[in-house]
Design a protein around this ligand. Structure first.
Ligand code: C2E
Ligand code: MG
Ligand code: MG
Ligand code: MG
Length: 297
């Protein structure tokens, strides 16, 4: 069953690998049914947990926030990637409970971090249609006592296109209250520029695919710089996702107006206790580059 899961996850996009189609529909179906049941149980019994990936401000050279990422360690099957279980949660309607859990946990954890570090939570398209996103956010903020300005909501470009009207009105209300609103995976979802301009956003997160080959392809760094400039023209803060190497960082600093960076070079997603240690170490030695602080730990 572990091999079936690996194949299933790969097909769901988990590892981004290409998998040959073969006679596994039946296994797929049974595996999906099993994952549905088990995910429901996991959400209800505390079987999911969160890890946090630091986001670094390039100009100030410091960690300014963290993105909350859900993890599911299945008792028998081991780690199941979000690219497998999030779509299952969306299709089964379990996503509301999952998002509520993430909002509650992330706001409480963030409240215990030193300084003004913010936390970003991913909200899915389906939440806007089926869950009371605003109500869940209000409850999380009230219970955690986290100031609204330290919470950021990430929505994918695809969600915005699919659920246009409801997304727009919810985002406007969040934006008005000072909650950060980031458009995630930007550049992968074909949103029209005129529509983008009308959205109440604070931040664009440029998808990792724009960063991946900037070292080897001069066109890619020009494209990245232009996408970033487009966001700057809309007065948005720009984050680049998926920075893995020093060479990518050097190019980004030299050729683009990107404000924030996130990626394995600055830190993999970590449990909240490690994030606290990281921030404390960083605040104790602010002159050290944030990427060294993270890489050295
Ligand atoms: P995302 O929101 O774009 O999150 C960033 C993903 O990129 C994370 O994958 C992160 O671990 C990965 N990443 C960060 N830096 C690097 C890097 O330098 N190189 C590479 N190769 N990858 C990097 P993860 O945690 O597997 O999550 C995948 C996606 O699943 C997320 O993409 C998000 O769309 C979704 N997801 C994760 N947690 C949640 C959640 O709590 N709720 C919802 N609705 N979606 C979630
Ligand atoms: Mg995200
Ligand atoms: Mg993203
Ligand atoms: Mg992405």
């Amino acid at each position: 069953i572990k091999a079936d899961l690996a194949l299933y996850s790969a097909k769901a996009g988990g590892k981004g690998q290409i998998v040959e189609f073969h006679e596994s529909m039946d296994t797929d179906y049974r595996l999906r049914q099993r994952l549905k049941t088990d995910l429901k149980h996991a959400i209800a019994t505390g079987g999911l947990h969160l890890v946090y990936q630091p986001v670094v401000d390039l100009r100030e050279n410091r960690i300014i926030g963290c993105e909350a990422l859900a993890r599911w360690n299945h008792p028998e099957l081991g780690n199941i990637p979000p690219s497998t279980f999030i779509p299952i949660a969306e299709e089964t309607g379990l996503i509301s409970d999952l998002t509520r859990f993430v909002l509650d946990m992330a706001t409480r954890d963030c409240r215990s971090w030193p300084g003004e570090i913010s936390v970003a939570v991913n909200v899915s398209a389906r939440d806007f249609r089926a869950s009371d996103v605003e109500g869940m956010i209000n409850t999380a903020l009230e219970n955690s006592l986290l100031p609204a300005r330290r919470l950021e909501i990430e929505v994918t470009e695809t969600a915005v296109i699919e659920e246009r009207d409801v997304v727009n009105s919810v985002l406007l209300s969040l934006y008005t209250r000072g909650i950060g609103v980031a458009l995630d995976d930007f550049g992968t979802g074909y949103s029209s520029l005129s529509y983008l301009q009308a959205l109440p956003l604070t931040k664009l997160k440029i998808d990792r695919s724009f960063v991946m080959d900037i070292e080897t392809n001069p066109r890619s760094i020009r494209l990245l710089a232009n996408v970033a400039q487009l966001g700057k023209d809309l007065d948005l803060v720009i984050t680049a996702e998926g920075i893995e190497t020093e060479a990518q960082l050097d190019l980004i600093m030299a050729k683009t107006r990107i404000d924030h960076v996130q990626g394995f070079l600055f830190g993999v997603p970590l449990p909240t206790a490690d994030i606290v240690r990281l921030i404390e170490r960083h605040q104790a030695a602010p002159e050290e580059p944030a990427r060294r602080m993270v890489a050295d730990r």
